[in-house]
Design a protein around this ligand. Structure first.
Ligand code: SF4
Length: 327
């Protein structure tokens, strides 16, 4: 297998407050190949967005990477200075935030914001900026006349597309997306997902896509990582997890969303809510909510086990599987 584009090794992130050390991400290992689409799913408060922000080196206090490495194209981003990061960020990897209305500056036109972004990373002529800005807007299906538009003059779907266009200004190799479709209606959501996938296939960039809604990425991601309480609960091929989820939490997430094509079935949620990460449960962090809980789950912290090509953090597989090798 070729060298991964991104390799996250044992990454932990804490929110360090006067009274608590809230471990939002704990010892996460993952890799992303060039051109791959990795979905990251889990409920709110499971550490998905913190993980993305840590990978993109966009954390701000009190959040802090407490251990681990984020190796992107051979460089450990955690150890780069701000100046070194500026050379990589946005040019080689970029980020699309959850709400374009919050991420875009309401006082500046789309074109002015594209110009600021390009000038922050490269000495480039006004003509070249205009040409490239029109090109990327065209890529996401927006007419170049909207370079003059202000964010409030665009629909929600167009604003998200403009954010994606901004993320593609330098044709990065990795685009990190934090719930970019969550504020859109179902129709706009589907149309945007189709467009992201088409762009990814056309331009060849890799995608890390965070969502709380598994159904959003069912048809788009190559691999899926399910996070629970700051840890990887399960990671494997998307199709395999949808067809045969191994972790009881993955099963619960799948049962919480309706299937468009499959037979009608009653939706069941997962009882309770994710734990306080300042005081996570002993043993398996999912045990207070797990429908398959066993006595040892209350005291034994499960590691990741390899079951065929999937890795799963659950003691149900402890006897039949090998501990997963950290990647
Ligand atoms: Fe459920 Fe136990 Fe597996 Fe945790 S280790 S997910 S409590 S069966």
């Amino acid at each position: 297998m070729p060298e991964p584009l991104l390799e996250v090794e044992n990454l932990s992130v804490s929110y360090l407050t006067d009274t608590a050390d809230i471990r939002a991400v704990e010892k996460v290992n993952l890799s992303v190949q060039a051109g791959e689409f990795l979905g990251i799913v889990g409920e709110s408060g499971c550490g998905k967005s913190t993980l993305l922000f840590a990978i993109a080196q966009l954390l701000s206090p009190p959040a802090e990477v407490t251990s681990g490495r984020v190796v992107f194209r051979g460089q450990d981003l955690v150890r780069l200075t701000d100046n070194e990061l500026r050379l990589v960020r946005w040019r080689d990897y970029s980020v699309v935030m959850q709400s374009a209305m919050n991420a875009l500056n309401p006082m500046k036109s789309i074109g002015a914001q594209f110009k600021d972004t390009m000038r922050a990373h490269e000495r480039v002529s006004a003509n070249a900026i205009r040409t490239r800005s029109a090109e990327v807007l065209h890529l996401v299906g927006i007419d170049a006349t909207h370079l003059e538009s202000y964010p409030h003059q665009l629909s929600g779907g167009m604003r998200q597309r403009a954010m994606i266009a901004m993320a593609l200004l330098f044709t990065p190799q990795l685009v990190i997306m934090d719930e970019p479709t969550s504020a859109l209606d179902v129709v706009a959501q589907r149309s945007l997902m189709t467009q992201i996938k088409e762009l990814q296939q056309k331009l060849g960039f890799a995608v890390m896509f965070v969502t709380h809604d598994m159904s959003v990425i069912a048809n788009y991601s190559d691999r899926l990582m399910v996070m629970y309480a700051g840890q990887v609960a399960e990671i494997g091929a998307t199709r395999s997890i949808f067809e045969r989820p191994l972790h009881p939490y993955s099963k619960g997430l799948l049962d919480a969303f309706p299937s468009v094509r499959g037979p009608r079935r009653p939706l069941t949620g997962i009882p309770g809510s994710p734990p306080d990460l300042g005081r996570p449960p002993t043993g398996c962090r999912f045990h207070p909510r797990c429908s398959e809980v066993m006595t040892q789950c209350l005291t034994t912290e499960p590691e990741l086990f390899s079951v065929e090509a999937t890795e799963v953090r659950c003691l149900l597989y402890a006897d039949s599987a090998e501990p997963a090798v950290a990647r």
